[in-house]
Design a protein around this ligand. Structure first.
Ligand code: HEC
Ligand code: HEC
Length: 427
């Protein structure tokens, strides 16, 4: 045979083979065995347990606290330049993210803004888990210079002298002492973690005043946490599929109308060859743990220590579960007490949820990866970590498989299952 014809025939056969593999409805490839069916149901929102109370926050389940937290979440006057609120970065229209690689508040931050939808289930907060409750987390951005940049005392002073906020506060947490109300705090920025002048002023306060200010401050965090508990994930196409699978015959997929073949093949990879479900498991697609996945640091930056530092910081936090502002009994603080702090935690970051992942780009703790395709490429290669070791192994996925995995990840989006009142600024 002439060479040209050989090449033509070879090419033709390869293309035809590929087409058959990709497009012929080859049922066997997408059928589920018992183990896969169980895994699929474990990822369904139907498997999500009711949200447990946070014992360190006695108002976690209070609607009035959530309403107060709602106003605080959108309140720009809780920032040094009166123009940044929680919602500036955690934007409701963006699944409570900001589309930026690194967050921008009063200044440029060093981390990517995570979504807050379904986050109340997490035992740890921040990429490195340096806070052990949603209320103690909420206090940090208020005082962080690059975020809202307030100081604790001015913030409390604002609540004391703004009638609508004071009224809401006292309805939830009871009356503030007349002593504090009559103390003039208006021109004394002060905080135990502020700049040197703020620290000095703080030191000049009587300890009773310090405690009272920090108590009000911690209550602000508790109301913000109560609000965020309203931000529950909604049922996605994937969840519709899990429901359909329960009623369909075990060996057969429900019709293409819910998940198409490519998406189902992606799900199969997610459970199998991709090993994604090792860490992204349960109805929120996270094991709530910390792993080193070899994400490369930003150019010119040292690789972060991640959870290794995070757990130490959480233990030292005066607002942690054991601290004087926590409502928990020390025996309820097992998460903090028994958290692992071994060298495995070097460079480990929190496994983020994959719900709504198609809507929350860019990705990873510094937003290094722009697209889902880039993330999947990263997992496929599993580069050597710059500190400690990458727990994920190279996957050797073919290009078509990477597309399938991405198609599956795109089935996980749905608007939050939350009354629209909570998704808009309060009246
Ligand atoms: C300037 C932008 C910005 C502002 C303002 C801001 N955040 Fe964040 N938020 C971030 C970034 C960035 C992170 C991740 C930081 C990290 O992990 O080190 C984060 C993390 C969080 C987390 C933990 C997420 C997780 O996956 O563990 C919660 C909860 C949260 N913010 C709530 C709030 C609340 C409540 C407010 C207002 C009091 C607020 N944020 C203000 C950018 C912001
Ligand atoms: C060893 C545990 C582990 C495995 C296995 C794993 N992940 Fe992850 N995943 C993580 C952690 C941890 C992060 C955050 C890493 C960081 O920012 O440094 C992450 C981040 C992501 C992100 C970005 C999320 C965001 O909001 O920025 C996506 C998307 C993702 N993983 C998808 C996958 C897919 C798809 C697979 C399978 C191919 C997979 N993961 C396997 C632990 C894992």
């Amino acid at each position: 045979m002439r060479t040209g014809l050989k090449i033509f025939l070879g090419g033709f056969l390869a293309t035809a083979g590929w087409l058959a593999w990709e497009w012929v409805p080859w049922q066997l490839k997408t059928d589920w065995d018992e183990e896969e069916l169980m895994l699929i149901q474990s990822l369904s929102l139907d498997s999500l347990e009711p949200l447990k109370l946070d014992l360190s926050n006695s108002v976690a389940g209070s609607l009035e606290a959530a309403e107060f937290g709602h106003t605080l979440f959108f309140e720009k006057r809780l920032s040094a330049n009166q123009s940044v609120s929680c919602a500036s970065c955690h934007q409701p229209d963006n699944y409570f993210t900001d589309s930026l690689p690194l967050a921008m508040g009063i200044g440029l931050g060093t981390r990517h803004t995570p979504s807050l939808v379904g986050l109340s289930y997490s035992p740890w907060y921040y990429w490195d888990g340096r806070r052990d409750s949603q209320w103690s987390q909420a206090l940090a951005p208020l005082e962080a210079k690059h975020e809202q940049g307030m100081d604790r005392t001015s913030l409390v002073n604002f609540i004391l002298h703004d009638e609508p906020h004071l009224e809401k506060y006292e309805k939830v947490f009871g009356a503030i002492s007349p002593d504090l109300k009559n103390t003039d705090l208006s021109n004394s920025p002060a905080s135990p973690i502020g700049n040197s002048t703020e620290k000095e002023t703080w030191q000049s306060f009587e300890s009773k005043t310090q405690i009272e200010i920090s108590k009000i401050f911690s209550n602000i965090g508790k109301a913000l946490a109560a609000y965020q508990r309203q931000l529950q994930p909604g049922g996605s196409r994937f969840d519709d599929y899990t429901r359909a699978l329960q009623t369909a015959s075990l060996r057969e997929d429900p019709k293409d109308s819910i998940l198409n073949r490519r998406e189902r093949l992606g799900l199969k990879l997610f459970l199998g060859k991709g090993n994604c479900v090792d860490c992204h498991n349960g109805p929120l697609f996270t094991n709530h743990e910390f792993h080193n996945t070899g994400v490369i640091p930003l150019p010119g930056e040292l690789p972060p220590m991640g959870r290794f530092d995070g757990i130490r910081i959480a233990r030292e936090d005066p607002f942690n579960c054991f601290g004087p502002y926590s409502d928990a009994n020390p025996k309820d603080c097992a998460e903090l007490q028994f958290a692992r702090d071994t060298s495995e935690m070097v460079g480990a970051h929190k496994t983020p949820t994959l719900r709504n992942i198609a809507k929350t780009s860019p990705y990873m703790h510094t937003g290094q990866q722009k697209s889902l395709a880039e993330v999947i490429e990263h997992y496929n290669e599993a580069p050597t970590a710059m500190v400690s070791h990458n727990e994920a192994k190279p996957l050797k996925l073919r290009r078509s498989e990477m597309k399938q995995l991405e198609a599956f990840l795109r089935t996980l989006s749905a608007p939050p299952a939350t009354d629209s009142v909570w998704l808009n600024p309060p009246n």
